[in-house]
Design a binder for this molecule. Sequence first.
Ligand SMILES: Cc1ncc(COP(=O)(O)O)c(C=O)c1O
Length: 386
Amino acid sequence: MKQVGIAGRAEALPPFIAMEVLERAQELERAGGHIVHLELGEPDFPTPSCVHEAVVKALAEGHTKYTHSLGIWELRKAIAAHYASRYGAQVSPEQVLVTAGTSPAMWLLFSAILESEDEVILTNPHYACYPNIIRFSGGQPTYVTVRERDGFQLDPEAVREKMGVRTKALLINSPANPTGAVLPEKCLKALADLGLLIISDEIYHGLTYQGGEHSILEYSDHAVVLNGFSKAYAMTGWRLGYAIVPRTLIRPLQKMHQNFFISASDFVQRAAIAALRGARAEVEKMRQIYDERRRFLVPALRRIGFTISREPQGAFYVLADATAFAADSYRFAFEILEQAKVAVTPGIDFGSGAEGHIRFSYANSLDNIREAVRRIEEYLGARREG
Ligand SMILES: Cc1ncc(COP(=O)(O)O)c(C=O)c1O
């Protein structure tokens, strides 16, 4: 048989390790094992009931067609209205592109703006896929280290020092995956004052436990917002996200979306309108439950020997220093999976700045989180003695 030649960019693409952990955990489950899942950023809650009702209605009404490539107008209007009412940001529905998740929006955006060797500044640690998507699109990630002792806060002066002739944009994520850091208003304003194009991934908005929540669009119109329904609305499997972009960017993105994806799903877009208009109370309830879990998990991990200098303030992750147990987070995470039967994500998935750490997701029930801590504690005890 002839070999298929694989393109260099596909060969060079690293795996998304959190998914690799999940897939190994599923293998163990198929073999009869019982695993507690704390590896994924996937809410355990059902999708809000108003969203379910809206999708059933949309299907009954036959909304099963292609839509406008930028998304149905009613949803684009609802997204613009959401940013106006929540943040006072004035954006037109014409600036909104609706996609099948935030991930495709991210890929389209970087492909649309990056020329070969253009640089994007981002934090280290960072969401695992950012540098992979930037490189795949032809660009170069360049990092500003954020430190645990500073609560993983991004320093605008450190960004300024990184800026150079090839800098195309700054990518921020607040609340952040994997650190749970939330950038305060003062920081967002100072970042906006740098004059760079800011790409702000706001997918964890709605999941903040301390302090207010601000969109970059409150401080700059030289900005792109990436957002989606996966996290706050517990809609990971529905695959819906969007980008809000400066007007000059919408046409290139539209042409790319037409060619590569045609449109996002018709009935899912209709359900998303219901999410924006009617799910507020359910989202708030989920937020409060995540907060309870956070307040259990942080001290529980500290008690069993992990170090957490600052409590995470948003999203649903704890990035815990595990160097008391192991320096190699990849090996340690798989060891915990195989031996303690708890799936967790190694810090190295999120860059060298998170090596020696383990990311615990608390998007799982308090009972399951308690059981996970019990299993890990037991395993670490046996490991110490063995
Ligand atoms: C920071 C961040 N951005 C984007 C995504 C992808 O979201 P979506 O499900 O909308 O593609 C994730 C998923 O974990 C994430 O953590």
